[in-house]
Write a new protein. Structure first.
Length: 169
């Protein structure tokens, strides 16, 4: 039974990869990509596939960019590898926040990890201020800056909420 289910999962992932290739997605299993696809669909954004750019953009204007943070209930979304120093690398790291019109933090259910519980919209300047605060306190030249669900709740605005409230759906 288990072997049959595993074979079905492999078949479905291969089918998903084949579909993804049709729209230029080379690796459907790229970390975070499936969750970004789910968020972009909910928010009606255009997904940006490149790892070197924002996560999504406005469907009508590719210059309007959005960044997505994700975590499970009670968790922390983070931006990886943000430079504290030297100053030129810090500026470039923080441009990952500044380039966006909005930042979105999506909280996924723990027991249903592909279902969004809530999405918060955060102004980039608010997130930037917190990122700079964390970098200033960090003892490392390269850090991950994290934004807890509680921080996002206090500093963002709910723009999507799963009304079913059932992690099994």
């Amino acid at each position: 039974m288990k072997k049959k289910i595993l074979s079905q999962i492999i078949m479905l992932v291969r089918k998903a990869q084949k579909l993804a290739l049709k729209i230029g997605i080379v690796n459907i299993l790229q970390p975070g990509l499936v969750k970004e696809m789910i968020i972009a669909e909910i928010l009606d954004h255009e997904l940006i596939i490149s790892k070197r750019d924002a996560d999504a953009c406005d469907k009508n204007n590719p210059h309007i960019k959005y960044e997505y943070l994700t975590c499970y209930e009670g968790g922390t979304g983070q931006l990886d590898r943000v430079f504290k120093e030297p100053s030129d690398k810090r500026k470039k790291s923080l441009d990952r926040i500044k380039r966006n019109k909005k930042i979105y933090s999506a909280i996924f259910y723990k027991r249903n990890p592909l279902k969004v519980k809530v999405i918060y919209e955060i102004k980039p300047d608010v997130l930037l201020k917190e990122a700079e605060r964390q970098l200033d306190k960090s003892r490392n030249p390269i850090s991950h800056v994290g934004f807890s669900e509680n921080w996002v709740k206090e500093n963002g605005m709910v723009i999507y909420k799963d009304e079913m409230r059932s992690p099994g759906n």
